[in-house]
Design a protein around this ligand. Structure first.
Ligand code: SF4
Length: 245
């Protein structure tokens, strides 16, 4: 009820949550990053398997890649659902990411209480146990995190169709930043309705372009046959923004 975690967010949503968010008058953006994927990793590489399952296959020129698209509710200042008394005005319909917080949605990132917005009394001994030996033990949060992960995997191929519908094909190189595509509410709502109607239809691997503000990354990408989109063009676009880490 401090409301700190409900301000200035980039809140990851499943596609069905994105539809609900739009119906409530919110806006969503697509955060796109791509990973060169010339060969399939070993099955034992759990992080690579996780990335594979939450991404879709595409090409950048001659280079096989995997594209990770996160559908995100973005707002500066208070969440549009936050009430003046810091209660959530959409409590029953709040996204899974809100139910999971302060735990991490990425199963490979450890929860570090000090890095979270929660006031220190949230971690006091008289509060319900949330973490034990670094392991999440709050069962509602564990279940929400698992549902978030399964939705993320399930939606990956549908996000490929969404990008196809919206004509989106520009991403950052993963771990360097994001390309953020801002989509008008009506356009996004229509695109979600269309992909819902065509559920099950596949999409051919599209040809994507990388954006980078790093000249050595750019040169390497060109050397390995990838397509590179001019950083200056991305920076001056009204609907696309390059966010470097
Ligand atoms: S939906 Fe509710 S819980 Fe989630 S950020 Fe908004 S106000 Fe907070």
């Amino acid at each position: 009820m401090c409301g700190k975690c409900c301000h200035g967010l980039r809140l990851p949503l499943s596609l069905s949550e994105a539809g609900e968010w739009l119906r409530r008058g919110g806006d969503v953006q697509l955060f796109c990053e791509a990973i060169p994927w010339p060969v399939e990793p070993e099955e034992s590489n759990l992080q690579a398997r996780h990335k594979r399952r939450r991404s879709f296959a595409a090409l950048s020129g001659d280079l096989p890649i995997r594209v990770v698209v996160s559908v995100v509710a973005s707002f500066d200042g208070p969440c549009p659902n936050l009430l003046p008394d810091m209660r959530c005005g959409a409590y029953e319909a709040r996204p899974l990411a809100c139910r999971i917080y302060p735990a991490e949605v990425n199963p490979f990132i450890e929860l570090v209480p000090a890095s979270k917005s929660c006031p220190s009394e949230a971690w006091a001994a008289d509060q319900p146990t949330f973490l034990q030996g670094g392991r999440l033990v709050n069962s509602a949060t564990v279940i929400a995190a698992e549902r978030f992960r399964l939705n993320d995997y399930h939606d990956a191929g549908i996000r490929a169709r969404l990008c196809d519908e919206l004509g989106i094909g520009v991403a950052s190189l993963a771990n360097e930043g994001f390309v953020i595509h801002s989509i008008e509410r009506d356009v996004m709502t229509d695109a979600l309705a269309r992909i819902d109607r065509d559920a099950g239809a596949g999409v051919e691997p599209a040809n994507w372009q990388f954006v980078t503000n790093n000249t050595s990354t750019r040169d390497t990408l060109l050397e390995i046959g990838a397509h590179v989109y001019a950083h200056e063009t991305a920076s001056s676009s009204r609907t696309m923004q390059y966010l470097a880490f």
